[in-house]
Design a binder for this molecule. Structure first.
Ligand SMILES: [Zn+2]
Length: 484
């Protein structure tokens, strides 16, 4: 079964921060896990490049939007290389393949009678590119960011979102896994039950966008444009669309859940396309207990962190520290604690101790599987399929700790002959299985263990103890202690 997973396409008004890194690492772990199962995977990320906010940021930087977006997109593609992200494609909304799909999709909505011309009047927050009704404002300011809003009245084309209230509610009811995690399902369903307003889908005075088919004095609202990346990258209605659609998961931050869980499926209903199978809204990172914001200036640059602590350490930390769906806090102190404890003392130490013992053994590394019973393989698989990535790592680590205990309890360094061979067999097989299980999370570390064991790369079906056929070449410590 082909597996299609996406991140949101990131808005290129500024360089990436740890929130972007997190969503992309999460999607990467899931994509890599599916590949370990031998599934055919399509993992998409990309950049959202149109709209008023970018137009303004470009002018503020003294350049044109086209030049400006190119310079920021480079920071994203560079970061994904640094973080070892295995995306199969990278879509930019300024690409011709995307623009063509947006135009033909909108034409289809027009043909279906779901677009009409009207006049929009409301309070507009420029940084968020969002209109609000008077009731939504908080103390007369933007409810999202607290900045001042301006009253705007302009001609606009509308999408009949209100028409899809019943269809959406039926869809949620019949597809229990669509809205995730579960506690967000209630939130979205209640809001949809309260009624939906038609939404403005064009802007009249924003030049940096895709022209609205039939009335080029309008450009398509940046959110409509952006959502369509999920099918434009597949070459809808041709290309690989039939092979990979509907997407298995759209991984998104909670702030854009509404667009993905309500507006997007309604747009797809209107065009006669099946909605994705799941929209998963993850939580937010605070930094040292404070909300990340431009004004506080506490945004964390993931590139700097990856270079200082290692990419695999950062990947491990982000997945392990914040259960998917919850909020979490980023601090270098917490990162260092996990590196020094779980990566150095548990994993790094196990590999080093086991291979030091194996190195001085001349006999055959074979015996009976004793340690395997400490591995909860089904539990790990269940966690990942249920997108509990942190829980899966916790279970892998309890196996790592059991393996360290095994060395102590057996007093392996005192053994000789067959008993020594048997203890080593259990340890190297444990390491082989661990190297497979951590591969989606820490691809580089996995490869380094595999190389030291002298074995070929294997898939998830090789996670049971079997005959050990490696040629061990011990390497240096995998991780080093760090100071926070
Ligand atoms: Zn705002």
């Amino acid at each position: 079964m082909p597996y299609y997973i996406t991140t949101p396409i990131y808005y290129v008004n500024d360089k990436p921060h740890i929130g972007h890194a997190y969503t992309t690492i999460v999607a990467d772990v899931i994509a890599r896990w599916q590949r370990l199962k031998n599934e055919e995977v399509f993992f998409l990320t990309g950049t959202d490049e149109h709209g008023e906010k970018i137009e303004k940021a470009a002018f503020a930087a003294g350049t044109t939007p086209a030049v400006f977006v190119d310079s920021i997109v480079g920071k994203y593609t560079e970061l994904w290389k640094i973080l070892d992200i295995s995306n199969d494609d990278f879509i930019r909304t300024t690409e011709e393949r995307h623009i063509a799909v947006v135009k033909s999709f909108v034409k289809q909505l027009i043909k279906g009678g779901d677009i009409y011309k009207g006049e929009y009047e409301g309070w507009y927050c420029t940084p968020d590119e969002t209109f609000f009704t008077k009731l939504q404002l908080v103390d007369g300011k933007c409810p999202e960011c607290g900045r001042p809003v301006k009253r705007l009245k302009e001609e606009s084309y509308f999408f009949r979102l209100s028409k899809y209230q019943g269809a959406l509610l039926r869809f949620y009811e019949n597809n229990a896994g669509f809205l995730a995690p579960e506690f967000r399902a209630r939130e979205i369903t209640n809001r949809v039950r309260n009624g939906l307003n038609d939404i403005s889908i064009t802007r009249k005075n924003v030049g940096w966008g895709i022209p609205f088919p039939g009335d080029e004095s309008h450009t398509i609202y940046v959110w409509v444009d952006a959502l369509l990346n999920y099918i434009s990258a597949l070459g809808w209605p041709d290309g690989i669309f039939a092979r990979f659609w509907p997407a298995n998961v759209h991984m998104v931050g909670k702030e854009i859940n509404w667009f993905h869980s309500v507006i997007w499926p309604a747009m797809l209903f209107s065009a006669g396309i099946e909605p994705p199978k799941k929209v998963f809204a993850h939580g937010w990172w605070t930094v040292e207990g404070k909300k990340m914001s431009k004004s506080v200036g506490n945004a964390i640059d993931p590139k700097v962190i990856a270079e200082r602590y290692g990419r695999d350490s950062l990947r491990y930390f982000m997945i392990r520290e914040m259960p998917l769906g919850d909020d979490g806090d980023f601090s270098e102190k917490a990162l260092a604690a996990r590196i020094n404890g779980e990566l150095v003392d548990d994993l790094g130490n196990l590999v080093y101790r086991a291979l030091t013992l194996a190195e001085r053994f001349g006999g055959s590394i074979s015996g009976t599987a004793e340690l395997e019973k400490s591995l909860d393989l089904e539990g790990i698989m269940k966690c990942i399929e249920g997108l509990d990535l942190s829980g899966a790592l916790e279970k892998v680590w309890s196996f790592i700790r059991a393996s360290n205990r095994y060395i102590n309890e057996k007093e392996a360094w005192k053994l000789s002959g067959e008993d020594f061979g048997n203890a080593l067999y259990n340890l190297v097989e444990a390491l082989r299985v661990i190297s497979i299980l951590i591969k989606p999370f820490m691809p580089g570390t996995s490869e380094s263990i595999r190389k030291q064991l002298g074995i070929q790369a294997e898939g998830l079906d090789a996670c049971r103890f079997k005959e050990f056929k490696g040629r061990i070449v011990k390497g240096p410590y995998l991780f080093e202690k760090v100071k926070a």
